[in-house]
Design a protein around this ligand. Structure first.
Ligand code: T4K
Length: 401
């Protein structure tokens, strides 16, 4: 299907251009035979949990891959953030962005901490030291930065600020496996970092995640908090939890590590097509990774600018009805969803966050997307932009000609 006139759009009643949805989730899978062999081993050993050989192998390989002393696997990144807060023995307030996935902030609330929302930089979409500094007070015990879209969250500026105030800095690196900062893999920044191996991430452990650190004592604390087993009680910690990764997750993640570079290269190729085509778009801008860094291209982020002929939500609907399952990460901002933004937790004033929540779209990338799909998605966007005003008028009339 090529789009010649408005009636060709699924939004106005035509058949969707794609028979099955194109997701933004990565869902890279290993070859079936390799998966079967890995699971065959688990069945033979009859050892499924509690730091089996695959989890131990994964920890070793992740540490090598990320160039850190310790990588400690866990059940998912949300639990990893909870583990982090107890391992760091945080109390009182933690500075967080509201422009993130709910897990970043809610994990802090689960841990009994008070999140203090900070606005983000309009270009990097992350916290920086200039924004964070005015929010620090005597009750603040940490800053939790998010490497959003895989871009390092001002580690130098925040590092200097947190050191000068003697508070902890740690990072939510859920988007950042395979990304670099100053030529080094993200993983050794701050006191610790947290990665996600959810199926929608470029390293797929089905679920899963890990904490990384170069601090031996902190690693012992993390390993102790992560489970209740007496043999893993290395140091006194305030509270423990079952955050262990299973052998099944580790098998998937190990196979994913084998092809991580390949998958990143594939995503880079898809991103390159989007980028070339985006140069012709007026009012739409593709967010590009920091020049000096390598990105894993886990997300393709599109910003709908004020002068675009289409509003972000209408473009989103036009794509969705064709089965292009773009996402509006992250809308609404976390400061506006329960339990925040209530009387007990008044809504913070975060103008940049609110603007980003209303103007970004993530386009499909990953295992299920071909070069041809990207070209056609761009054809669709070309058509929608070209006919933006007519589409908007007809949409307002409820689709009638
Ligand atoms: N910090 C940050 C900054 C994060 O972004 C996240 C998670 C976390 C922390 C917490 O990490 P984890 O605790 O999850 O390890 C998805 C993911 O579930 C979530 O992990 C991720 N961030 C977030 C950005 O995206 P949803 O609710 O948008 O997922 P869902 O089910 O709508 O899937 C997205 C697309 O992928 C859909 O089009 C369907 C497709 N998909 C999804 C799954 C699960 C598949 O095709 N196959 C699949 O198996 O949250």
């Amino acid at each position: 299907m090529t789009w010649q006139n408005l009636d060709d759009l699924a939004f106005f009643g035509a058949e969707p251009a794609w028979a099955v949805p194109l997701p933004v989730g990565q869902v890279y899978l290993p070859a079936w035979e390799r998966f079967e062999a890995a699971f065959g081993g688990i069945f033979q050993r009859r050892y499924f949990a509690n730091h089996g050989p695959l989890v131990r192998e994964l920890d070793t390989r992740l540490a090598e891959h990320l160039g850190v002393r310790h990588a400690i696997s866990v059940t998912n990144a949300t639990v990893a953030l909870m583990v982090a807060s107890k391992a760091l023995d945080l109390q009182g307030k933690v500075i967080v962005p509201a422009f993130t996935f709910p897990a970043t902030v809610q994990a802090m609330t689960w841990a009994g901490l008070t999140p203090v929302f900070c606005d983000v930089d309009p270009v990097t979409h992350t916290l920086n030291s200039r924004l964070v500094e005015p929010l620090l007070d005597d009750d603040t015990s940490a800053v939790l930065g998010v490497h959003l879209w895989g871009r390092a969250c001002d580690p130098d500026g925040l590092g200097a600020l947190c050191a000068s105030r003697n508070i902890s800095l740690f990072f939510d690196a859920a988007h950042a496996i395979g990304c670099t900062h100053r030529g080094k893999p993200i993983g050794g920044l701050g006191r610790l970092e947290v990665f996600s191996f959810h199926a929608t991430k470029i390293l797929n452990g089905a679920e899963g995640g890990c904490l990384t650190t170069n601090d031996d004592e902190l690693a012992n604390r993390i390993r102790t908090v992560r489970n209740f087993h007496v043999s893993e009680s290395f140091v006194p910690v305030p509270l423990r939890i079952n955050g262990k990764m299973s052998e099944a997750q580790a098998a998937m993640a190990l196979l994913g590590l084998d092809t991580l570079h390949e998958n990143i290269a594939r995503n880079r190729g898809l991103h390159e097509i989007y980028l070339q085509r985006a140069s012709a778009w007026k009012g739409l801008r593709l967010v590009v990774p920091a020049e000096e860094e390598n990105s894993n291209h886990q997300y393709c982020v599109l910003e709908v600018e004020d002068d675009c002929t289409l509003q972000r939500d209408l473009l989103f609907q036009l794509l969705r009805t064709e089965n292009v399952h773009a996402r509006r990460y992250f809308q609404p901002g976390i400061h506006r969803i329960p339990p925040y933004g209530s009387l007990a937790f008044p809504c913070a004033h975060l103008p940049v966050t609110d603007a980003l929540c209303g103007s970004l779209l993530q386009l499909p990338l990953g295992a299920m997307i071909t070069d041809h799909d990207v070209e056609r998605i761009c054809d669709l966007i070309d058509f929608c932009l070209w006919h933006g005003e007519a589409i908007a008028i007809r949409a307002q009339r409820g689709g009638a000609e």
